[in-house]
Design a protein around this ligand. Structure first.
Ligand code: G4P
Length: 292
């Protein structure tokens, strides 16, 4: 892909600045930060700018969309992220029991804090966390699940221009939901492609055919078997992308009125099936790719 094609991607630095200022401002109110990462793109959903702001806080990394990602890769990523004082968990927010798993993990921090305060003669301690994540990572789903579990009505803390929402999950634990959009900060065009492949950034930002080429090169490298199973085909590594597209378009009847293959529609359908885990459970950014 030529650099030209991603030149138009702008990350609304204004929004980004607002969100990160709010995070810096409120950070002192919490004991730790819950960082949501999409388990399929843990590198591109990891915002280095944000990580710098929260570097001195303990972190719980939630690797979201477990049901859509490669289990082995998620486990490896979890290992990598669970270091120093940080904890990590692979989560599927479609499964209600996930909340108990998260609360059990958070108990580790609560126990640590209890022990520390007990030495000072303080018995009742509670812990507070801030939740951060890029769009589409599952932040609202997580907050809603937690809010349902809460024992008290959530309260708003008014600010001059913005507010944060506190959710009292139980007597020991309160969660802060920060409004604002925290955009992924992609380091290179590979990140942009990965975010577009999963629909985190609008696919129109990149030419569809380039996106399809990237998708096929990833599929051919790791998941050609699953792809063939889904489309009842027997493509090999030697098959060109145009041929693959043509075969699938014909199978699905995506032919336009001039009797031509409707490439755009075919690519959109394949991308949609890919994103929704219909082709298989895939992890795009793999542990061997880079360190985070
Ligand atoms: P955000 O606030 O971080 O932007 O993300 P949000 O919670 O809105 O989630 C984005 C999409 O991801 C939603 O789908 C949501 O249902 C889905 N999602 C969240 N967590 C999981 C998960 O663990 N597994 C799967 N498979 N999907 C998850 P949507 O299509 O935008 O909306 P809807 O289908 O919920 O109506």
């Amino acid at each position: 892909m030529e650099n030209k094609s991603i030149k138009n991607i702008h990350w609304f630095p204004g929004h980004m600045k607002k969100a990160s200022n709010l995070i810096s401002e409120k950070l002192k109110l919490v004991d730790f930060v819950i960082v949501l990462l999409d388990s399929r793109i843990p590198l591109s959903s990891y915002n280095p700018y944000l990580m710098d702001i929260i570097k001195d806080k303990k972190k719980v990394f939630l690797l979201t969309k477990e049901d859509l990602s490669d289990e082995e890769e998620s486990l490896k990523r979890k290992e990598k992220l669970s270091k120093d004082n940080d904890l990590a968990l692979i989560v599927d927010f479609k499964n209600q029991k996930v909340i108990n798993d998260i609360l059990n993990l958070i108990n580790i921090y609560i126990d640590e804090k209890k022990e520390k305060y007990l030495k000072k003669g303080i018995k009742n301690v509670s812990i507070r966390a801030m939740v951060v994540g890029i769009p589409n990572v599952g932040k609202s789903t997580f907050i809603n699940l937690m809010a349902k579990k809460s024992i008290a009505l959530s309260k708003n803390e008014p600010g001059v221009t913005k507010s944060v929402r506190w959710i009292k999950v139980n007597k020991n634990f309160e969660l802060m939901d920060t409004p604002g959009i925290l955009l992924p900060q992609f380091k290179d065009k590979k990140s942009a492609i990965n975010l577009a492949l999963l629909g985190t950034i609008k696919e129109e930002i990149l030419p569809l055919d380039e996106l399809f080429t990237s998708l096929m090169s990833f599929i051919k490298k790791y998941y050609l078997k699953e792809f063939n199973l889904r489309y009842k085909t027997d493509f090999t590594l030697l098959d060109k992308d145009e041929y693959i597209l043509e075969v699938i378009a014909k199978k699905r009847g995506f032919i336009n009125k001039d009797n031509q293959v409707d490439n755009e529609k075919t690519i959109k359908v394949i991308l949609n099936e890919f994103r929704n885990g219909i082709i298989g459970k895939f992890t795009i950014e793999r542990v061997e790719d880079a360190n985070i």
